[in-house]
Design a protein around this ligand. Structure first.
Ligand SMILES: NC(=O)c1ccc[n+]([C@@H]2O[C@H](COP(=O)([O-])OP(=O)(O)OC[C@H]3O[C@@H](n4cnc5c(N)ncnc54)[C@H](OP(=O)(O)O)[C@@H]3O)[C@@H](O)[C@H]2O)c1
Length: 333
């Protein structure tokens, strides 16, 4: 396993982490046994940076992970997030009508204790605000997060989908170690202003959905997605973008095949290639995919490979937004 440094902490993390969300939520039926086996395999193969959130299946994802985390606590760097809440207590995704965001200091105090209880640990390694609450000054949110560091409940602080301005304000209250934002071949909106800002401040980028939610391998299966599959709500899987995205996926897969790899591996290699200060967290609930994703850390992309990828992307511009309209209002705030 290759390792990368986390911000200014001196902590070494595996060059790719493991996104655990899909083990309980969002991308088709859960299979607890397969997920537990995947977590053990990750541990065996040195993937020591695991990502979850309190909202993933309303805490069930944290509980699942704790089964492997607790007996291996010293080997795993665990990140979780707070802020999304459900109006009627019924678990759903971030864009659902009953879901809202709460970055208040009152909620943070409760949320951290609930995550610690579900994870069955004393301290969270990296605690993210899942979004920036437009109704709460970021200084209040991060001030409350800093209190958790003082209390020994949390080691490092992170933000998710924060704007450059919010990151600067937050970093004045307490050092921010990581920014977790969507970043992939298909989602590059942080590239212009946010990525240069975090580089200036020594903050690591943790790209989520670095495989574009598996689009390169699953776009042809959209008709088989269940009713509760989150991807059904995403513009990139809607009728108006399907043909573009199927053709795009096909060409990326063909180019990947010419290099002896899969399209998902090429997509991950592209993200890893953007800098040593980037630690993507591809999500999977399967050992096979985990192994393929780890193998992608060995792929070297030449300048000509990058040019070919860019030219394919240019050929198919009609990819669609990364989230529904409601969810887009909560990103890069
Ligand atoms: N901060 C945020 O707001 C936010 C938002 C979304 C996600 N996240 C975090 O980021 C993590 C990763 O993002 P993500 O899961 O949304 O998207 P992703 O990593 O881009 O893609 C996950 C999808 O790709 C499939 N996949 C994974 N490896 C594959 C391979 N080698 N070949 C073919 N398909 C493969 C997975 O299938 P299977 O499910 O069948 O394994 C799943 O459907 C999540 O698990 C979560 O922890 C954070």
């Amino acid at each position: 396993m290759k390792f990368r440094k986390l911000g200014n902490t001196g902590q070494q993390l595996s060059a790719i982490g493991l996104g655990c969300m899909g083990m309980s939520f969002a991308y088709g039926p859960a299979d607890e046994q397969e997920s537990i086996s995947t977590l053990h395999k990750a541990l065996d193969l040195g993937v020591n940076f695991w990502d979850t959130a309190d909202m993933y299946a309303n805490g069930e994802n944290e509980k699942l992970i704790s089964k492997v985390l607790v007996p291996n606590r010293d080997k795993i760097f665990i990140a979780t997030k707070f802020g999304f809440r459900f109006k009627d207590g019924k678990a759903s995704h971030s864009g659902a009508p009953g879901t809202y965001f709460d970055g208040s200091s009152e909620w943070i105090k409760q949320a951290v204790d609930q995550s610690l209880q579900r994870l069955k640990i004393d301290e969270i390694d990296l605690y993210y605000a899942h979004r920036i609450d437009p109704n709460v000054p970021v200084e209040e949110t991060v001030g409350a997060m800093a209190d958790l560091v003082k209390a020994g409940k949390v080691k490092y602080l992170g933000l998710s989908e924060a704007s450059a301005e919010s990151i600067r304000k937050a970093n004045k209250i307490h050092p921010i170690t990581a920014l977790q934002s969507e970043y992939s071949l298909l989602t590059k909106d942080i590239g212009k202003e946010i990525l240069p800002t975090i580089r200036e401040l020594g903050i690591t980028l943790v790209p989520y959905s670095p495989l574009a939610r598996g689009l390169f391998s699953n776009i042809n299966e959209v008709q088989n997605f269940g009713d509760d599959d989150f991807r059904k709500s995403l513009p990139r899987y809607q009728q108006e973008n399907l043909e573009n995205n199927k053709n795009l996926a096909q060409e990326i897969n063909d180019f990947a095949a010419s290099k002896g790899v899969k399209g998902t591996q090429l997509a991950l290699a592209w993200v890893l290639n953007q800098g040593e200060d980037i630690i993507p967290i591809p999500g999977t609930k399967r050992i096979k995919y985990l192994e393929e994703n780890i193998a992608a850390t060995q792929i070297e992309l030449s300048a000509s490979d990058v040019e070919t990828i860019d030219s394919i992307l240019k050929k198919y511009p009609n990819i669609g937004e990364r989230y529904s309209e409601g969810s887009m209002k909560l990103v890069n705030n």
